[in-house]
Ligand binder design. Structure first.
Ligand code: DXP
Ligand SMILES: NCC(=O)COP(=O)(O)O
Length: 243
């Protein structure tokens, strides 16, 4: 089974466009859980342009499924995560002013820092995941940091899906096999959508979790949240066993 974690960053973007608390990110997370999602993801950025540190703290007791916090492991981020103790932390290499995530880690160049960071979170009982491109070498190194999972950066898949979906998904199939072979769990995310998710799920083995925000929140504006969550969950329905 592949879990669906809803990234609620964009709900906070809308909230922040006015000075008050509408929409309420905690209420939104609870509504998502009532509709059957398996987790809630947030990516607090240093400028607090969407999710704020105070949101992360308020979400913790409200989220009853899996709380996944993504971000660059600055001292401030590490302190926040160790205080909040989510079920999962995803380490992402974004610069403080990044518009959005645009690449996985250069794991080799950051081996010592990643290994030390993973150890801090593991000691606190928090599952760790490292954001990587679908590169078997980076994945082998990620396993050596002691991380539990990798998250595959799926924008290249999303971009290439319309022109040649077989070619687009092939590196992710290989990457997921490599991760599984190293004993790592496999997450995936970035620009997954109703257009490309079902095929990704059908083809990529060992997929533990997808985290989806931008497209899902946009779809909810058109379709409503219950229909949107139902449609994404349908994309992740296990294939019927072969006759
Ligand atoms: C790691 C990743 O792919 C997501 O966290 C994505 O970057 C969402 O962040 P924004 O909502 O700030 O674009
Ligand atoms: N880890 C990816 C994520 O949380 C959501 O990315 P996106 O769907 O907003 O591109």
């Amino acid at each position: 089974m592949t879990n669906l974690s809803v990234n609620i960053n964009k709900v906070a973007t809308l909230r922040n466009s006015r000075g008050e608390n509408m929409p309420d990110v905690v209420r939104f997370a609870i509504e998502c859980e009532k509709l059957g999602v398996n987790g809630i993801t947030v990516h607090p950025r240093p400028d607090e342009r969407h999710i704020r540190r105070s949101d992360v703290i308020q979400l913790r007791p409200a989220v009853k499924t899996e709380f996944n916090i993504e971000g660059y492991p600055s001292a401030e981020f590490i302190k926040l995560v160790l205080t909040v103790k989510p079920e999962q932390v995803t380490l992402v290499p974004d610069a403080p002013d990044a518009l959005t995530s645009s690449a996985g880690w250069d794991v080799g160049a950051n081996m010592e820092m990643l290994t030390e960071t993973v150890e801090k979170f593991r000691d606190a009982g928090i599952r760790t995941s490292i954001f990587v491109d679908p590169d078997p070498e980076a994945i082998k190194l990620a396993a050596k940091t002691g991380a539990d999972r990798v998250e595959l950066y799926t924008k290249p898949y999303a971009d290439a899906y319309a022109s040649d979906r077989e070619a687009a998904v092939a590196p992710f199939v290989e990457a997921s096999r490599a991760a599984h072979g190293c004993g790592l769990g496999v997450n995936a995310g970035h620009d997954l959508s109703l257009a490309n998710l079902a095929f990704f799920h059908e083809r990529v083995p060992y997929l533990n979790e997808v985290s989806i925000g931008h497209a899902l929140i946009s779809d909810a504006l058109y379709l409503g949240l219950p229909a949107t969550i139902a449609a994404y969950r349908e994309c992740l329905r296990p294939a019927a066993p072969a006759e």
